[in-house]
Design a protein around this ligand. Structure first.
Ligand code: ATP
Ligand code: ATP
Ligand code: MG
Ligand code: MG
Lengths: 248, 248
């Protein structure tokens, strides 16, 4: 049985998409059938690996997701591309629980064929993120070690807890990864310490340093692992992958 | 009559809050009565200048906003703090147009007493951002010169256009400011060029460079202008302020 990770943090620009793309690539490269699911109407995960968003998405038209899954240039890595039409989903009245259950069922069925599923979420705690949490076994939170990092965490933890109460025994807190790490900044050390004090063992030892190759890779439609195989960004995401596999 | 700016971009972490805080401070310092409105349930603009979010917000309890406005440590700069309870607002059924009109009326009335009002928005194009757009004269978009910058722009422009159609003659495209600018990156130059080709004159000449003082300032509850008066970040936001004033 596979593991499904929800890559979530309502704070913007902390590396959710970058972590989704690069960790999914690393997992596929280490021999595991992996599905990358783009749940963001902005479709950055889709374009970041050189693919196009779709107008007609299986989750919107109530179809099994295999109808929309694409293979990628990376062996064993598939993509369920995002769609701009998710924007309508995210503003639907939140009491349409029938529709929610359909989405959740399609995603869960589709996920069953993979060793790893990674779901890239938008910077919000709305319907899209909650749906992703409801089909996931684990939440993986990227955190950027700057001042606003700690602020939204309490809210995120509330939402995660409420999903855990709805579906007991399914969702766990998978891990926290510190991203865009700038060792030279004292503030970075302070936030790092605060996050580790607060969350303890679930914080990965691996931190992802700020690396220009990571910034450039999506403009070539590639993960940093393919774009710059010997870069610090690549090494970090390969190490993060090893830590994820060890926790299995 | 004053000018009300909506600081918006649904891409996360591009410097909306940083620009709201620092431009508002610069405008107040140059002699203009300024109101900073925090419209984000994450309340970063509020904590970034050392204040507390509120549980009971005038817009939620249908009161004139002056009941919630606070003075700050900066002369002529007031703050309407954010509230976590905005999260409920952002998921309200989008057809509650009576309630929308109330919000818009309260905000517009409150704004009338100031020379400048800056509204910091969350990374989404939902109800909160649309409400902010509906009371604004101008949209100010911070853009970070990295690959995903151009992607969401088409969607943002659609939403801005639809608000302009609803309220003809009120909302204009005020300006685009390039943030966290890293001159050493070729990608930065490419995105800069693309943005200027696409948007032309509305892109400010001033770019805000990446500067550690800007990152550190909110951890001291201050704008960078107060925290590090001689830094490159401060100079950039003062220059941006001059360009905004010149366009009046
Ligand atoms: N380690 C890194 N080094 C350099 N640049 C990075 C790194 N990680 C991410 N970036 C860049 O930072 C920007 C924000 O990252 P990303 O888009 O992955 O964040 P996000 O959390 O998905 O944002 P959003 O909240 O908008 O979905 C991107 O331009 C990305 O390429
Ligand atoms: N010029 C700069 N130099 C260095 N750091 C910066 C600069 N501008 C912003 N930052 C930092 O980058 C991070 C993201 O900025 P900010 O929170 O203002 O973006 P945002 O668009 O408001 O994010 P969100 O989409 O979550 O609301 C913050 O930690 C901020 O302090
Ligand atoms: Mg993203
Ligand atoms: Mg912000």
């Amino acid at each position: 049985m596979g593991r499904t990770f929800c890559i979530a943090n309502q704070k913007g620009g902390v590396g959710k998409t970058t972590t989704s793309i690069n960790l999914a690539t690393a997992l596929a490269r280490s021999g595991h059938h992996t599905l990358l699911v783009d749940m963001d109407p902005q479709c950055n995960a889709t374009s970041g690996i050189g693919q196009q968003p779709v107008d007609r998405h299986p989750l919107i038209v109530d179809q099994a997701i295999r109808h929309g899954v694409l293979s990628t240039d990376v062996d064993r890595l598939d993509l369920l591309p995002g769609s701009k039409s998710f924007r309508d989903l995210s503003v639907l009245a939140s009491d349409d629980s029938n529709h929610d259950e359909l989405l959740i069922e399609h995603l869960a069925n589709g996920a069953a064929r993979y060793d790893y599923v990674l779901i890239d979420c938008p910077p919000s705690l709305g319907k899209l993120t909650r749906t992703a949490l409801s089909v996931s076994n684990e939440v993986l939170m990227p955190i950027q070690c700057e001042y606003f990092a700690m602020e939204g965490l309490a809210q995120m933890i509330d939402v995660i807890r409420s999903v855990m109460l709805d579906r007991p025994g399914q969702l766990t807190f998978g891990g926290i990864v510190l991203t865009m790490y700038d060792e030279s900044l004292e503030l970075t050390q302070e936030v790092d310490q605060e996050v580790r004090d607060f969350f303890g063992e679930i914080v990965f030892d691996t931190v992802v340093p700020r690396d220009v190759h990571v910034t450039e890779a999506p403009s070539h439609g590639q993960s940093v692992i393919d774009y710059a195989p010997r870069s610090r960004g690549t090494r970090a995401y390969m190490e993060l992958c090893m830590e994820v596999l060890e926790r299995d």
